[in-house]
Write a protein that binds this ligand. Structure first.
Ligand code: NIG
Ligand code: FE
Length: 398
């Protein structure tokens, strides 16, 4: 079954050979993109869909999210809004609620957030454990995450849980916990930060994960400059995430490496901390990704458009760089070559905007602009109009 998506006013492909096209079309065949080009040259297909002049961009790739949790922390957010600083300590509140929740509750929570992400245009997302912090609770978090995405990340080293001795806990994480979790994870991650794990502890956990075949990702530079970025680069991590506080050496190391610097503007918004300097990283030659970091503590947003708007306003990225960071950048951060661009052979992940240009993602912050999502060839329409109750089929504009 092939579908011709045509009358695309502006098509951002992220493919250097194709570039940005006007009056464009894309042919989707099954799960893959079969053809991309000017609408007037498009080949015939089984079905024709008019995009009516709208902008189309690649599906967003959210390379950093913590979706397996119970409860919420709006009181902590409210306290921050009146001056209390963010610390890693709040994670333990979510750990207690998550341990107490049933599998069904946790899965329903992930399902709801995965639905939000899809409606916001996210066609690939990563999902971490890290609110269980026992062998059984971490294993079940990954089992639940794996029902929704193949990009599962073991984050047993999120914080040292209440009542545990540091050394004992690190030994547990890099031994029995990894044994139980590695078969259910693609990645291993560590929160390498003051208040969480130091460089030696982080190295021990990451090396143990790599020895079991997991790819490496690291949380670092969120609360201050530390050794986490250098460690990530040294170990060949796919990505180091946060990068709010970076030394010149950190920036140089990232620029000379394959490790992607993932910026999380939702965190800086929610925790009222300084903004990452995306411009500094791009100018140095580093690869930059943007992600939501959707989690109940430091960034409870599932909306790439919002993050793109923040990155444009506060991190020195142009609208084009921010869009690229949340698509191609996210794909690079997950070492995926099948997503993040619109080109023949890629997975058919498209986002149609109710706008003539992708620039509206930053120009119209907070407005739900995604009107249709195609994920692996499957079409989803996203509603954004108010319809009178009881007359849902009439589609009357508000
Ligand atoms: O990415 N930094 C560590 N982990 C999360 C925060 C989790 C939480 O506060 O619950 C983050 O910001
Ligand atoms: Fe995180």
């Amino acid at each position: 079954m092939s579908v011709l998506h045509t009358d695309i006013g502006e098509l951002t492909t992220n493919d250097p050979a194709i570039g940005t096209l006007r009056d464009a079309a894309v042919v989707v065949d099954g799960e893959r993109i079969a053809w991309v080009g000017e609408a007037r040259q498009a080949p015939a297909a089984d079905e024709r869909v008019s995009c009516e002049g709208a902008a189309v961009v690649p599906g967003f790739v959210d390379s950093h999210a913590h979706l397996v949790f119970a409860g919420e922390r709006s009181a902590e957010f409210e306290a921050r809004a009146t001056g209390r600083p963010y610390s890693a300590g709040g994670i333990r509140t979510t750990v207690a609620a998550t341990r107490a929740a049933s599998d069904e509750t946790l899965a329903a929570g992930v399902s709801a957030l995965a639905g939000e992400l899809l409606a916001a245009g996210v066609t690939t997302f990563e999902c971490k454990s890290g609110y269980g912090l026992t062998v059984d609770d971490e294993r079940r978090a990954l089992e639940i995450a794996g029902r929704f995405t193949p990009e599962t990340t073991f984050l047993g080293a999120h914080v040292v849980p209440e009542g545990a001795r540091r050394d004992d806990y690190v030994d547990l994480v890099r031994g029995p916990m990894l044994d139980a979790c590695a078969p259910r994870a693609r990645w291993v991650d560590v929160f390498c930060e003051k208040g969480a794990f130091d460089v030696d502890e982080s190295r021990a956990v990451l090396e143990a994960g790599a020895a079991r075949g997991l790819g490496i990702r690291v949380h670092a530079g969120q609360l201050g400059i530390g050794g986490g970025v250098q460690l990530a680069v040294e170990l060949g991590a796919a990505a180091v995430d946060h990068c709010t506080y970076l030394s010149d050496e950190d920036v140089a190391a990232l620029a000379a490496s394959e490790t992607v610097a993932t910026l999380l503007p939702g965190v800086e918004f929610s925790t009222r901390t300084a903004w990452s300097d995306g411009r500094r990283l791009l100018d140095a030659g580093a690869t930059v990704a943007l992600a939501t970091d959707c989690n109940p503590g430091s960034s409870f947003t599932s909306n790439p458009g919002f993050c793109i708007a923040l990155a444009v306003r506060h991190m020195g990225l142009s609208p084009a760089e921010a869009l690229s960071a949340f698509t191609a950048g996210g794909a690079a951060a997950l070492r995926r070559t099948d997503v993040g661009a619109i080109a023949p052979g890629m997975r058919a992940d498209l986002v149609r905007l109710a706008a003539p240009s992708f620039v509206h993602l930053a120009y119209r912050p907070g407005v739900p602009l995604v009107s249709e999502v195609v994920r692996a060839g499957v079409r989803y329409t996203v509603g954004r109009r108010a319809v009178p109750v009881g007359r849902a089929t009439e589609g009357v504009d508000a």
